[in-house]
Write a protein that binds this ligand. Structure first.
Ligand SMILES: Nc1ncnc2c1ncn2[C@@H]1O[C@H](COP(=O)(O)OP(=O)(O)OP(=O)(O)O)[C@@H](O)[C@H]1O
Ligand SMILES: [Mg+2]
Length: 602
């Protein structure tokens, strides 16, 4: 784990070398200070000799120690921050690149916790723990050297106790790692509860579930508190342990040292210097005792991050994937079968074969749960087919690159998703380089321009998280404008079932009609008006295509499923009082060819 973390620090080895230099300075100056006690006791105090020299040397040592301390802290923290920045960026890139299946198992709150909390733990470790480890070890080496220089025998006597603490230190370290991992898990859970309660705030209010959410949060919070206290318990045991060891060492020094002095093998100045060095060792030793705990905490967080980085997304470019050419003549499904649980799982789609010519519009209809959304998700490779293949001009889309496939597809999802940004930025989401004119043209075509200019800030209005500040119909029209602006040849549309008032229903229908013009489109249709426009209607039932044809033709089949669906009034009819203008007079092909052209007209 530590070795893997180390690979992130390796690019900054230059900084690390400089930090090490600063630490050596710090260690040497620290030992020098302890050594100066000897001339103070032996020369300065009894005989008033070398006062200026000793005072000057002391100042010099403090100065060097300060420079070393500042330099090493600054550089080590810098390395920690850089490592964390890199890990964080890599983690985010990795998570964003995961396939659709990943996001159905991992919740937003948990992912957010990994990207922020776990990464933060590592920063703590790299900046302070590794810094401490190096700096305090060097200081300790300096003091030790001084102890042996003054009196090797005395030093040996004092340091015999040191190995005794190593065992408890390691045991406590293991405990810290375990509890720290659990603490991060609890934190993740807390983050999950928070994210859910906040994003679902309307439902929380509507069902008066505040108390329930507060209770859930409090419970998780309490668990986090308990486990954090366990971590604290383990870490707080370390300094007293070190202090005890220090006490033993000083007692041994007094006992052995007094005998040495009376035998005149040691001056009292040397002894004072020795004791001073011993006391000064306490600081570094205390810090070092925590180093292991800190490293264990980082290892726990690192493990969680690496677990995530090692999750490979199911939908990836094949090794020799080539860019797919733009759709030329057909998009086809050949004997497609699909299961969310892989090869063994039960098939949600079975033996689906379908050939769609370029420029055609396919309406997909069927009861809820029949597999309509699943089918269109396969076209954009949100999931890969389990059996069969999806072919773009005869080429298996899995042999092409994901980006070349998805750049050909525009999507309007059932549930409109907008970002907390301006209206203009939301429309230009798939095409950030679009000019203001092009954005406005798309908005006009989508019948959104009128309401946008009526807003106080116009196109610069922020829509709020998930577009909360707009109405449902307004959101849909922004989503349509967004799809229009990408100008992709293939369109996938999961028609919203939400009923709008007849005014906005008409506008949305009209916008949809314009969007469909001149594209190869797959429309999951819930409105009769949409279904009637289709070149071909595909009826799905329990994951199989049971009927294919046009409206009138399918209606004529007496025992047909489509006829039954129609009879069940499963399709939303045209709202009264609003003629479906767009449905009946399709615009001539190519009228939407250039978004800019539309802007010119208006
Ligand atoms: N991520 C998923 N993991 C496992 N099963 C899923 C997943 N998504 C959908 N399913 C299952 O697949 C089946 C088909 O779902 P799908 O969303 O394709 O239906 P649909 O035809 O779009 O229905 P609706 O008209 O209600 O949107 C359902 O039985 C559903 O439970
Ligand atoms: Mg669906």
């Amino acid at each position: 784990m530590v070795r893997r973390l180390w690979t992130y620090a390796w690019p900054y080895r230059g900084h690390l070398a400089a930090a090490l230099g600063a630490m050596v300075l710090f260690g040497a100056a620290s030992a020098g200070l302890a050594y100066l006690i000897k001339p103070i006791f032996d020369d300065v105090l009894p005989n008033r000799e070398r006062v200026g020299f000793v005072a000057g040397a002391m100042l010099g040592c403090y100065l060097l120690k300060g420079v070393g301390s500042y330099g090493s802290t600054y550089l080590m923290t810098g390395i920690g921050q850089r490592v964390v920045r890199d890990v964080r960026n890599q983690l985010f890139r990795h998570v964003v690149g995961q396939s659709a299946g990943f996001f159905t198992t991992w919740t937003t709150g948990r992912l957010m916790s990994r990207v922020t909390n776990d990464v933060h733990q590592i920063q703590q470790a790299v900046s302070s723990t590794v810094g401490d480890l190096l700096r305090e070890s060097l200081a300790l080496v300096g003091y030790c050297a001084l102890l042996f220089y003054i009196d090797a025998g005395l030093a040996l006597v004092c340091l015999t106790g040191a190995p005794i603490v190593v065992y408890p230190l390691l045991r406590l370290g293991q405990r810290v790692r375990r509890t720290s991992r659990r603490s991060q898990e609890e934190l993740e859970h807390l983050s999950h509860i928070t994210a859910e309660a906040f994003t679902g705030h309307r439902i929380v209010k509507a069902f008066s579930a505040e108390a329930y959410e507060v209770g859930r949060f409090r419970e998780a919070s309490q668990r986090l508190f308990r486990i954090n206290m366990k971590v604290t318990g383990a870490i707080a045991a370390l300094p007293p342990l070190m202090e005890l060891l220090g006490g033993v060492a000083v007692a041994a020094a007094l006992w052995y040292g007094s005998r040495e002095i009376s035998a005149s093998r040691l001056t009292s100045g040397e002894f004072a210097s020795f004791i001073a060095a011993l006391f000064m060792m306490y600081g570094p030793a205390k810090k070092l005792s925590r180093v292991n705990a800190g490293l264990q905490q980082a290892a726990a967080a690192g493990q969680r991050i690496f677990e995530m980085l090692d999750l490979h997304t199911e939908v990836v470019d094949r090794p020799h994937a080539k860019p797919l050419a733009p759709l030329g003549h057909s998009l086809a499904l050949r004997d497609v079968g699909f299961s969310y649980d892989g090869i063994e799982g039960e098939r949600i789609l079975r033996d689906v074969s379908l050939m769609v010519g370029a420029g055609q519009m396919v309406a997909i209809v069927g009861l809820s749960g029949s597999g309509k959304t699943t089918l269109v998700n396969l076209l954009a490779r949100f999931y890969d087919v389990t059996d069969g293949a999806v072919l773009l001009d005869g080429v298996d889309i899995r042999d092409g690159t994901l980006s070349s496939l998805r750049s050909q597809i525009a999507m309007v999802t059932q549930e409109t998703i907008l970002f907390d940004d301006t209206i203009a930025a939301n429309i230009a989401y798939g095409n950030p380089a679009a000019s203001a004119g092009a954005i406005e043209a798309a908005a006009r075509t989508a019948h959104a321009h009128e309401f946008i200019v009526a807003l106080p800030e116009g196109y610069a209005t922020y829509v709020g998280e998930r577009g909360q500040r707009l109405s449902g119909g307004q959101r849909q029209r922004i989503a349509i404008a967004r799809a229009l602006l990408t100008n992709a040849p293939i369109l996938i549309l999961d028609e919203a079932t939400s009923s709008l008032d007849s005014e906005s229903e008409g506008l949305v229908q009209d916008a949809l009609a314009r969007l469909l013009t001149n594209r190869t489109s797959f429309v999951i249709a819930h409105r009769l008006s949409t279904v009637r426009r289709a070149d071909v209607i595909v009826v799905l039932d329990h994951g199989r295509i049971v009927e294919v044809g046009q409206h009138d033709e399918l209606l004529k089949r007496d025992d047909g499923i489509y006829a039954k669906l129609y009879e069940m009034q499963i399709f939303d009819r045209v709202p009264p009082g609003k003629p479906m203008r767009a449905v009946d007079d399709r615009e001539p092909a190519g009228s939407f060819g250039g978004v800019d052209g539309e802007a010119g007209e208006s």
